[in-house]
Write a protein that binds this ligand. Sequence first.
Ligand SMILES: C[S@@+](CC[C@H](N)C(=O)[O-])C[C@H]1O[C@@H](n2cnc3c(N)ncnc32)[C@H](O)[C@@H]1O
Length: 223
Amino acid sequence: MTTPMRRYGVGARWYDVLSGERWVYRAGREAGIRLLDPRPGDTVIDLGCGTGLNFAGLVAAVGPTGRVIGVDRSSDMLAVARRRIGAAAAGWHDIVTLVEADAATLDPATLRAAAGGRGADAVFSTYALSVIPARDEAWRRACAAVRPGGRAGIVDMQRPRGRWRVLEPLALLACATGGADIDAHPWRLLERDAADSRSVVRAERKGGHLVAVAAELSPAVTR
Ligand SMILES: C[S@@+](CC[C@H](N)C(=O)[O-])C[C@H]1O[C@@H](n2cnc3c(N)ncnc32)[C@H](O)[C@@H]1O
C-alpha cells in the first residue's frame, strides 16, 4: 500500500500533471477563492498547500502587501511549491512563506509567528482535509491561528450526482490515487464552526463532485 508520505513524496513532481488539475480540480479552487474573497493586504493560511496550485489565485487577491502561508508536511511537495514561487513573476518571495509541518500537531503559535505575530485573516484548504485522517484536529489548530472575525474556505470532493454519477468510478479512482476519503465531506467542519449559518456560502462544480464552502469563523474557534 502507498503511504501518504510516499504518495506526496516521490509523486510530487508529477502531481500537477496527473492530479486532473486542468480538466477538473482547478474549477473547485477558483470557486473557493471567489467565495473566500480575500482582500488586498490579507494574510491567508493555505492548509495542505501541496505544490502551491492555490498561490496564483491567492497572491492575486491579497496583493503585494498581503501574505500567503503555505503549510504542508511533505518536503517534496513543498520543493515543487518553492520552485513555483521562484518561477513566478516579481514579488512572490516577499508574499508566500512555506511551513513544513504536520497540520494535526502544528502549534498555532507557529502560524501566528509566520503571519507576523498576529492572527491570519483567513484559512483556506483545497483537497487536503479529505487526505488528513486527523482532519478535525488539523482544522482546529489552523482556525486557532486566525484572528477573531476572520474567514475560512474549504474545497473538497464528494461523489458526483445526477447524470454525472456515471463518472463516479473515475472520481473514486482519483481519490484512491490521492489517498482521499471521498465521503469525508470536510466542509462540514466549516459549516459547524461558522460564526452564523447566514455567513456560509457554497458552490458546487463538476456535477457536484467539487464542493466549495466559505464563511466567517465563529469567535469560539479563532483567537
Ligand atoms: C491532494 S494534495 C492537495 C494539495 C493542494 N492543496 C491542492 O489543492 O493541490 C493533499 C496535500 O495534503 C498534504 N498533507 C497530507 N497530510 C497532511 C498533514 N497531516 N499535514 C499537512 N499536510 C498534509 C499532502 O502532503 C499533500 O500535499
